[in-house]
Design a protein around this ligand. Sequence first.
Ligand code: ZN
Ligand code: ZN
Length: 146
Amino acid sequence: MSVILARLHERQAPGAQMVHIFAAEQDSPDGMRKAYCGFTAHYSWLKSVSGLAGMPCELCLLDAPLKVAETSAEVIELPTEIDMAGPLFAIGLRGERVWHEVPSDPIVGDYESRSVVLTVCGCMGWLMPGDPYLDWSRCRECDETR
Ligand SMILES: [Zn+2]
Ligand SMILES: [Zn+2]
């Protein structure tokens, strides 16, 4: 599942900072692209960004690829405060024992007062401080994307 991060071009909306998340596979004949939150714009109005170049759209963060269903919160105690300066990794929202890479410029959102992050492979995970668990496997898609 791949996603594109984009915001409105300065030409169209000077000062526009909101970064929306779009499914990569969109090919609508009229050139319109729809973000996960429902925001719609012609592709020529959009400028893709590679990281946190503005404000992540929180609605998009919550609706992007993985719906939050069963969470790993029952298995793992999720931190409420995270030291963003230290090492970071992410774990799946669905409770798989897999950890994901966090981009160097992560887009972080809030879900039920926990931090969620867009991982390198393009899915959403819980943001975790420190080093990944040794007995968990590393996400193969994150590896390939890097
Ligand atoms: Zn959005
Ligand atoms: Zn991954």
